[in-house]
Ligand binder design. Structure first.
Ligand code: ATP
Length: 967
């Protein structure tokens, strides 16, 4: 969208501004609302439509694909476009998607009651981060608007940056702070739909376009310390003592100011009752790169189309789904809290009947958080209250279910006295503390439930002003009015029969229409029999319509009673809604408990269905924030997994091969093996086991013992991460930089093919240096998958580095991957077969096989020479020089290695062993190895995309000189 287009469609459209002095009262009212909402596109209610005028109309017509019409009045003609109010959601969504904020200018008084122009006001500004309409929100997701404010110079890396985020649809509000990088990480994790920035805040770019947020500078005044403090006062007492820094306070004040503005500026949002401050260090830090590469929430094509969240999500209601997502985005680091969740999951896993009953009950629960926010905003209708009632109605049932002891002990934890009490006929309680607490938190809210049940009709209409909303028996006055109305209608219903009898006119009928009300109709043929008390009302073609004084009187009674009853119902409804709203906080607490119960039951269901095991946490699991870490290298402090599986890939692979993992704390596992052999899957399985364990879930393994990590870093190779924009290598290096700066002894690091994005020698050097640094300086626990076999030498040189590899079998040229991890470095190359499997043309595959054969022959010759002592040992020396001697997984590596060996063969003094500038093997050499010379094939095989200019130039130079020699 062109910025100019946005400028003319938001605020006051120029066409309206130009005619400002002459406008009719209605358009003048429109102009006032537009002028007061400069950054929004105003939609103006006219009857059943939301209309926009002039330039704004053109934008609405184009984006919403509705017809552009014209409004003509005494002052001129104005382009106009409208969307129907009762089906506004899809159009509003299009406008939001196009980047607009939309201000709804609603009629705020009854058009029939209004004398003159109907009063209108902006009741809501819909923005991507603050929508509350169910139609525009995905069920079970959170939708945050966030604000950032800085203390001091926001651009300085040392500045404290405050972050506050609010989900206006549920009232959840989070506040935290940290340096710029920490806040960037939290923003990645929270993934707000919208970000507003204080005047001094640093800029934060969204991690990618798909999960992006829209940013804008909001009224700087809202970030002012005093203004923010005053704004916060209705939400929490003494706000200036509640936050860790001014930056937090200012961000929180501003985000609430913005939220209030979008909800029609009606004052504090009463359903934002809990402003939660948290410290990012209280959670396992999983930044956007880790979330992406582990495919927690979005799939990037690792062998299956699901994500970890899809696998875990067996929740029954939106509340639980949102809770589970929150847990997975922010796994715990407190060992006791983690164990407590494991206890509860275990108990629910054991108690299948209870778990299923819980799931069934929760499946009928509505989204309590969003319902209560609508109730307290005064937006809930009668159906919302009925939904609230239905949700409250499951609570007693849930409490009873949790209390019953329908299963024996098991993985979930120890049987406690409580269960024994149940066995003895005493009050049954859940056997774990966690579920007992949860059960206690299930507030039955009996008064609210009974209030709604007694007041609101079971199947009420959507409209709350037209009656039918309040139950009979709730209010005597209302019942009297309804009785009057009903008796009047019964009297009218009987009138036809009695008048026929009285007048002897068999065709006489009684009817009703909007204009004349009730009437008695007599055909012309019977007019002579019309009694004297009939008064003529209307003459039709073949009949006359009459009323009688009594009918008139009854009619007034009926209409009067109905109108008064409708108005009274509305008042009673609003009163009930307010009484329910007064319990907002309790309802929110209940929502939290139901959400947790659903999330725990979901984890338990997955554990049972997918055969997960309860992970043991290391006893000495140090809290990340304590600064106490387990001793590096201590095997008793590391990860031990028996028969671990990848939770997502195992769903797609019929015969998934489980693998063990034994990683002492602070060790670096260098993993080699052919492409497609399962290296990435293995590393991710280990990381996911950690994430799952710290989320409170069981893990896909036969047995698992894990420590508690504070951060999880991942760096996946260029080939796995097709990121647009930034050069992949540059991106790779900046992610590596972050890891090498921030990882520590309590971090788990996954490095997958680091260095692949650049020239072989550089890549190999970077990979090695990074592995050494991780081991020597950081002491992080790391898994390092690589095609650089030279790296496997590190195991000999460093105490806590060890090798793992994946194998495959080859039969008649066909490769079968075993997907089994074994100790030691990989010794065989399957790159060519993989290339063939992938459909690389046969001549290239054949040629590559020839080159492999030549390499192997050459290696054998060298080995012979070694054995006879002619050349000393080959397995010691410069690791770069000898790198990949035992076969490499990819064709490019292989070719590079071959070049390296050529230089070796040229003897001392001919080079430094680098592969970077070496020409390919000479034809003479290849002939000696049994391969025919073929310059054209060599030229074809050069991988230009991976060569540096200097490499390409040298290769060309070499080919040219050999053509010259031959020629
Ligand atoms: N343990 C396993 N059991 C069964 N199938 C597996 C296993 N591990 C991996 N696979 C299958 O093999 C495919 C390739 O695995 P993966 O991507 O982990 O290999 P890789 O060695 O990392 O390959 P590359 O070096 O090309 O990145 C996966 O998509 C999956 O379908």
């Amino acid at each position: 969208m062109e910025p100019a287009d946005r400028e003319t469609a938001t605020g006051l459209p120029p066409g309206i501004a130009a005619a400002r002095e002459e406008l009719t009262p209605m358009l003048s009212q429109y102009a006032d609302l537009c002028a007061a909402h400069e950054d929004a596109l105003v939609l103006f209610q006219v009857g059943d439509f939301y209309e926009a005028f002039c330039e704004a109309a053109e934008t609405v017509a184009r984006i919403c694909e509705v017809t552009l019409t014209e409004r003509s009045d005494s002052t001129g003609d104005y382009p106009m476009a409208g969307i129907p109010i009762d089906n506004a959601a899809p159009y509003l969504e299009s406008l939001l998607d196009a980047g607009y904020r939309v201000a709804l200018g609603d009629q705020v008084e009854d058009a029939e009651q209004a004398s003159g122009l109907v009063d209108r006001a902006v009741t809501e500004v819909i923005t991507p981060g603050t929508v509350v309409e169910d139609d525009l929100l995905e069920a079970g997701t959170t939708n945050y608007v966030a604000a950032v404010a800085a203390e001091g110079d926001g651009d300085s890396p040392q500045a404290t940056v405050g972050l506050a985020a609010v989900d206006v649809s549920t009232g959840e509000c989070l506040v935290t702070s940290g340096d710029r990088d920490a806040v960037a990480g939290e923003l990645d994790r929270i993934a707000p739909a919208e970000l507003i920035s204080g005047p001094d805040a640093p800029e934060f770019d969204p991690p990618d376009a798909e999960r992006g947020w829209t940013t804008h500078d909001y009224d700087a005044g809202a970030f002012d310390r005093r203004t923010a403090t005053e704004r916060l006062e209705p939400y929490l007492p003494a706000p200036d003592r509640r936050f860790d820094s001014d930056a937090e306070l200012r961000a929180a004040g501003a985000v609430l100011a913005y939220a209030e503005y979008t909800q029609g500026d009606d004052g504090p949002l009463s359903y934002v009752t809990r402003i939660r401050r948290y410290d990012p260090r209280d959670r396992l830090r999983l930044d956007a790169a880790a979330q992406r590469s582990l495919e927690l929430f979005e799939n990037r094509g690792l062998g299956a189309s699901d994500t970890l969240f899809d696998v875990l999500d067996e929740t029954s209601c939106a509340l639980g789904r949102r809770c589970l997502e929150r847990w997975l985005r922010r796994p715990l680091v407190d060992a006791d809290a983690i164990r407590s969740r494991h206890d509860a999951v275990g108990e629910l896993a054991d108690r299948s009947l209870a778990r299923e009953a819980v799931a069934d009950a929760l499946a009928t629960a509505y989204d309590l958080e969003r319902l209560v926010s609508r109730v307290s905003r005064g937006r809930a209708d009668a159906r919302d209250l009925r939904s609230l009632h239905q949700t409250l109605a499951v609570v007693p049932e849930l409490k009873a279910t949790l209390a019953g002891a329908d299963g024996a002990g098991g993985a979930g934890g120890d049987r406690t006295d409580a269960t024994d009490a149940a066995d003895e006929g005493g009050p049954a309680l859940p056997r774990t503390d966690h579920l007992r607490d949860l059960r206690d938190r299930l507030d039955e809210l009996t008064a609210v439930r009974e209030l709604i049940d007694g007041a609101i009709a079971t199947d009420p209409p959507q409209e709350i002003t037209e009656g039918g909303v309040i139950c009979e028996g709730f209010d005597d006055d209302l019942d009297d009015l309804r009785t009057t109305e009903r008796e009047g209608r019964e009297w009218v219903a009987e009138l036809e029969a009695s008048e026929r009898e009285r007048t002897g006119i068999d065709s006489l009928s009684v009817g009703h229409n909007q204009v004349h009300g009730y009437y008695i109709e007599v055909t012309d043929a019977n007019l002579d029999r019309v009694p004297d008390d009939y008064r003529r009302r209307q003459t039709l073609k073949n009949s006359e319509r009459y009323v009688t004084p009594e009918l008139k009187e009854r009619e007034e009674e009926i209409v009067g009673a109905a109108e008064r009853a409708d108005a009274m119902e509305y008042e009673l409804f609003v009163d009930v809604r307010e009484r329910v709203a007064a319990e907002t906080e309790r309802i929110q607490d209940l929502a939290d408990a139901l959400a947790e119960l659903d999330a725990l039951a979901s984890l338990a269901a997955v554990a049972v269905e997918r055969d997960y095991v309860r992970p043991e946490l290391r006893e000495d699991a140090a809290h990340a924030g304590d600064g106490e870490s387990a001793t590096a290298g201590d095997p008793a402090a590391g990860i031990e997994i028996e028969g671990g599986r990848h939770p997502v890939v195992e769903r797609a692979e019929e015969s998934f091969v489980p693998n063990d993992a034994d990683l002492p704390r602070g060790s670096v596992a260098v993993i080699t093996g052919p492409n497609m052999s399962g290296k990435s899957t293995y590393m991710r399985s280990v990381a996911l086991a950690v994430v799952l364990a710290q989320t409170g879930s069981f893990v896909p393994a036969q047995a698992a013992t894990v420590p508690v990590f504070d951060r999880l870093f991942t760096r996946v190779g260029a080939s796995d991460d097709i990121a647009g924009g930034q050069s992949t290598f540059m991106r790779e290096m900046s992610e590596l930089t972050e890891i090498l700066h921030d990882a520590g002894a309590d971090s788990l690091v996954l490095l997958d093919e680091v260095g692949r994005g650049t020239a072989t020698t550089d890549g190999r050097a970077i990979a090695r240096a990074a592995a050494e640094f991780l081991h020597d300086e950081l002491g992080a626990t790391a898994l390092f998958a690589t095609h650089y076999h030279g790296l496997t030498d590190l195991a000999d040189e460093r105490e806590r580095v060890f090798n793992l590899h994946f194998t495959a079998t080859r039969e008649d040229g066909d490769v079968t991957f075993l997907h089994r991890v074994v100790p030691g470095a990989s010794s065989s190359s399957y790159g060519v077969e993989v290339a063939e499997l992938a459909g690389v043309p046969a001549p290239v595959v054949d040629r590559a096989r020839d080159l492999v054969a030549a390499e192997e022959a050459d290696r054998d010759r060298k080995a012979d020479r070694t054995e006879t002592g002619a050349e000393g040992t080959t397995d010691k020396g410069d690791p770069e020089d000898d790198a990949d001697r035992d076969g490499d997984a990819s064709l490019e590596e292989f070719l590079a290695e071959e070049a390296s060996d050529e230089q070796d063969r040229a003897g001392p003094g001919t080079g430094d062993g680098s592969t970077e500038t070496d020409p390919p093997t000479s034809d003479a050499e290849r002939e000696a190895a049994g391969a025919p010379p073929d310059l054209a094939a060599e030229l074809r095989d050069l991988d230009l995309a991976r060569m540096t200019p200097i490499e390409a130039l040298n290769a060309l130079h070499d080919l040219q000189s050999r053509v010259d020699d031959d020629g």
